[in-house]
Each structure stands twice: as C-alpha cells, then as structure tokens.
Design a protein around this ligand. Structure first.
Ligand code: GTP
Ligand code: ZN
Length: 371
C-alpha cells in the first residue's frame, strides 16, 4: 500500500509512475494538465507508442453504445493535448467516421490499465490515463530512473485495489467538544484512512444510546459549495444543518461527515461537472461525460466508523436508498429511514429532479409539494 500512496502524490504532480504487472512494465501518467509534449515524452521514455485508458462510462458516451469494461485506445502520433483532453473528458461526442476509426484502435484494458484508472480515481483526477508499455530497449534507462528514486514502481494489483475498503483499519486520531448552534453537547471525532489520504469526522450529538434503541444517524457527503457557502445548486447545506437540529431533537445521535466531495469525484471534477451542466447536461450525464459512474461513493468507512463507535442499529436520515443498502450490506441494521429535505429553488430543481427520476432518490414530497 505504501508505494500506492506515494504514486498518488507523483501522479497528482503530473509525474509518470511505473506499474508492474507480471512481466509487463507500464508507464502511467495522468491526463490532467498533460500538455502537447507529454505523449511524445512518454513514448520516448517507454520506447513504445502511448495509449489512452478510458473508463467504461466514457467509452459508452463516445461510442454511443453500452460498454461494460474500460479499454485502451492506441493513439496516433502527434496528438495534441487538446485532442487528448477532448477524447478523455470533452463535452462533444465524436462524429461517426472518427468514432469508427478509434473503435478499431480499442483493446480491452489489462491489469496495468485497470490499476492506472483506479489510481486516477483515488487521486481525484479525471478517470483516464496515458499508458505506455516499456520496451526491452528502454528498460535499462527506466531501471536507472527507478534506482535513482526519480521514478516510482508500483505493483499493478495493489494499484487496482486502492479503492477497496481497508476494512477496520481506520485510525481514530483525535477528538474535541465543539458546541454547535443547534446542538450544544457535541463531540467531533476525527478518523483517518490507513493510507493517510482521507479523513472523516464523526459528529456525536449528545450521548446516543448504543444499546437496544436505534441511533439516529446521518451520513453526509462533503459539499464545500453547499455546506460552507450555501450554494443554491444543491440542497446539502440545508440538509446538513437540518440533520444536526433533527438529531438533537431526537435526543442525540451521530452525523458522519464523509470526505466524499462531489459524490466521490472530488471538488475539481464537481466544478467541471457543474460547467457541463451549464451546457445542458443533467447531474448524472455530466459525471458520465467526465468518465465517472453516477455515484462513486463507497460507504465502507462509514460502517467502520459506526463499528468503532459501538453502533450497530440505526435510524437513518436520508432520501437515498443506496445509503440504506450500503449500511445493511456492511452489517449495520437500519431499523428505520427518515426523510431529510433542504428546500427547492430555481437553481437546484433540475438537480433534485434528476436524482429522483434517474437515481431513485426519494424526493417526491419535496418536488411535488414545493414545485
Ligand atoms: N458529482 C456531483 N456531485 C454533486 C453535485 N451536486 C452535489 N453533489 C455532491 O453530492 C453529494 C450529496 O451528498 P449527500 O447530501 O450526502 O447525499 P445524497 O446522495 O443526496 O443523499 P441524501 O441527502 O442522504 O438523501 C455531495 O458530495 C455533493 O458534493 C453534482 O451536480 N455533481
Ligand atoms: Zn451540495
């Protein structure tokens, strides 16, 4: 795991890393910020032509037909950074002749390609990567870069697993009493994921009974724009504050504030998705255009935090059936679900409607009553 964390830092800085999959050695580089010279430099370093790994969602969008797995697209020489970006996350779909041409260049993704995509997601970058197999002729030079520490080698399987839940290895780091306007007796407990990349906070309101009665619980995914600035594009800020007040009114409980900005795609990508929405896409299609699924969140850390707090039975404040299922799958008994709304406005109506109509969120009441 250690190498994976270090690789993520290199990737975020725009440096290549080497993925090792059996006999195969593959140089991998993020696409974000890859200027015109990057594919050529990567080709020189590897001794082979680079390819672009694309997620299944991106391929579906580009090809106009459902794809069930990621694939590798071999690139013609001299492709500009702009064309690369357009292929990986541009808003326009390709014209039919171009589509046919690149379909012929597609190959199923192999272990190193899948590892590359997982690293990009974990690094909160666009889920697409430049990859180039290292030729025998270039191996000595690559090995010298590894020896000097200039280049980092990572096991491709470990890279592929980097999104998996670490299962119970979450570290409880620190805590403090933080009186809130709507809940005076509140403690913030910070948990850190074992690779040190993400931190999540359990906000414990009052002294929740962890015995027989279900504990009122809110799982809240971070939303900088809504939670902190009161953005009108979503309902997060109001839901956050309503959840605290509601848990207090219920006699205490827990709010897990999860580092899952933008449904897990990160703030940079959420801002890109907002711009695509301004161009006409809805919240789900915008994420697909960037190569993401409709919801990239995993709730394993939430389950681990609850277990660390001794909570096994909950009354969940949510409109999202996925959260109910995810907790149940993790062994937490969801005794009841309670709706939790923000208010509807002209800026978030489309977002909330898409969540209800396309992602099964239970928002009928808010959309009907307050339309
Ligand atoms: N990708 C993306 N994320 C968004 C968008 N609008 C809001 N978000 C994110 O969506 C998440 C909303 O989280 P939550 O309030 O926990 O959850 P929810 O899935 O709506 O479910 P409940 O509120 O529990 O019913 C936050 O991480 C926001 O940052 C958007 O247009 N695109
Ligand atoms: Zn929000």
């Amino acid at each position: 795991m250690h190498q994976v964390e270090r690789a993520i830092f290199d990737i975020r800085r725009g440096l290549p890393v080497l993925l090792v999959a059996g006999e195969e050695r593959v140089l991998v580089q993020a696409l974000e910020g890859a200027g015109d010279g990057v594919p050529t430099r990567l080709a020189e370093q590897a001794g082979t032509a680079p390819a672009l790994v694309l997620s299944q969602h991106r391929l579906t969008l580009l090809g106009g037909q459902a794809r069930s797995a990621p694939a590798r697209l071999s690139l013609p020489p001299g492709l500009s950074g702009r064309r690369l970006a357009a292929l990986a996350f541009g808003a326009e779909t390709l014209p039919a002749p171009e589509r046919r041409a690149w379909r012929a260049r597609l190959r199923p993704a192999e272990l190193a390609d899948r590892g590359a995509l997982a690293l990009m997601r974990r690094a909160l970058l666009i889920p697409s990567a430049l990859v180039a197999r290292v030729s025998a002729a270039r191996w000595a030079a690559v090995e010298a870069s590894l020896a000097s520490g200039e280049l980092l080698a990572v096991d491709a399987e470990a890279a592929e697993r980097c999104l998996d839940n670490t299962g119970g290895m979450l570290k409880r780091v620190s805590e403090a009493h933080i009186p809130l306007a709507d809940a005076f007796d509140t403690r913030f407990i910070l948990f850190r994921e074992p690779d040190g990349l993400r931190e999540h906070v359990a906000v414990v309101i009052g002294e929740p009974e962890t015995g027989a009665a279900p504990v009122p619980l809110r799982l809240h995914s971070a939303c900088l724009t809504g939670d902190l600035f009161g953005s009108l594009r979503c309902d997060c800020g109001e839901q956050l504050r309503n959840a605290v007040a509601e848990i207090e009114a219920l006699g205490g409980g827990v709010l897990l504030y999860l580092a899952q900005e933008g449904r897990g795609i990160g703030l940079a990508n959420k801002l890109r998705a907002y711009t695509l929405q301004d161009g006409g896409l809805d919240t789900l299609d915008a994420d697909h255009t960037l190569g993401f699924g409709e919801d990239e969140r995993h709730y394993g850390v939430a389950v681990d935090m609850l277990k660390a707090l001794g909570i096994r039975r909950v009354q969940l404040l949510t409109n999202n059936p996925r959260k109910v299922t995810a907790l149940a799958d993790g062994g937490i008994e969801v005794v009841a679900r309670q709706a939790l709304y923000g208010s509807l406005n002209d800026h978030n109506r489309r977002y909330l409607s898409a969540k209800a109509e396309r992602a099964g969120h239970l928002l009928d009441e808010v959309l009907r009553v307050r339309r």
